[in-house]
Design a protein around this ligand. Structure first.
Ligand code: SAM
Length: 248
């Protein structure tokens, strides 16, 4: 099996040392299911200080990432050309649907991490197939966003999560949140596990879980629940994220 490759363009490659070595991601790398490589734009800088940023034309606060080091770093990735994701608070909002669809799209991705005040616009125009935001807030750099994107996509790559049912039953699959879960002991601090889960009646347990999943979603994320209803009709556009894998 060919591993899915994530090529991260970052001026802080050390950020990913721990990320690559622990948990689900660490195991997926060890088992040859994914690869995570880092590439530093500083190695493509032409000046003796290896600088990758410069003052913004027109003035204003902070520094902007220069186009040459980032675009030349991207060029160095060679073939097959990766699907290039620019991490930006201005991008399309990341969600479970998008993670699933992108994970099925190709076997090589580039993730471009910004720093400072962000990118020279030509990096986006010439170097990105899709801009992704992981949420409506501003990080100091794209590295944390790259970890989020890689981790969520990897869960959809066959074999990365041992029991594939735990991925299909995750919250947000089918736009529903998961039902509440319990483990031993049956009672703790006066709080009892629902009797039905101790009954051994798997048909009833399944029914309870489905009902709780719907109730959970209605209570915590009514926006998702509306979206699920709309999917049955012809109002797909109200749902967050793309339902169409060929859109990008
Ligand atoms: N001045 C930029 C703006 O207003 O759009 C924000 C720059 S931010 C301080 C630096 C970098 O962090 C960005 O270029 C991007 O790569 C990353 N970043 C910040 N927030 C992000 C988010 N919500 N999603 C993805 N990447 C983000």
């Amino acid at each position: 099996m060919i591993p899915v490759r994530f090529e991260i363009i970052t001026i802080f490659p050390e950020y990913f040392i721990q990320f690559k070595s622990i948990g689900t991601i660490g195991r997926a790398i060890e088992n040859g299911l994914i690869q995570i490589n880092t590439h530093n734009p500083r190695d493509y800088s032409k000046d003796k200080h290896r600088s990758v940023d410069d003052y913004p034309y027109g003035g204003g606060p902070g520094m902007v990432m220069k186009p040459e080091p980032v675009l030349e770093c991207l060029d160095s990735l060679g073939e097959p050309a990766p699907f290039r994701i620019l991490l930006s608070p201005q991008g399309e909002l990341w969600n479970q649907n998008l993670a699933l669809h992108l994970s099925q799209k190709t076997e090589r991705f580039a993730l471009i991490c910004g720093r400072y005040e962000g990118f020279d616009e030509r990096i986006r125009i010439a170097g990105a197939d899709l801009d992704i935001s992981i949420g409506d807030y501003v990080l100091s750099g794209g590295e944390a966003a790259a970890c989020v994107v890689i981790e969520t996509m990897s869960r959809h790559i066959s074999g990365v999560v041992g029991d594939s049912e735990s991925v299909t039953s995750d919250s947000l699959g089918g736009n529903l949140l998961k039902h509440p879960q319990y483990t031993r002991p049956p009672e703790y601090r006066g709080l009892r596990v629902p009797e039905i889960l101790l009954s051994g009646d798997h048909r009833k347990i399944q029914k309870w879980r489905e009902e709780m999943s719907i109730e959970n979603t209605k209570r915590k994320r009514p926006d998702l629940f509306t979206c699920k209803d709309d999917l049955k009709g012809d109002k797909k556009s109200v749902c967050r994220g793309s339902e169409d894998p060929d859109e990008f």
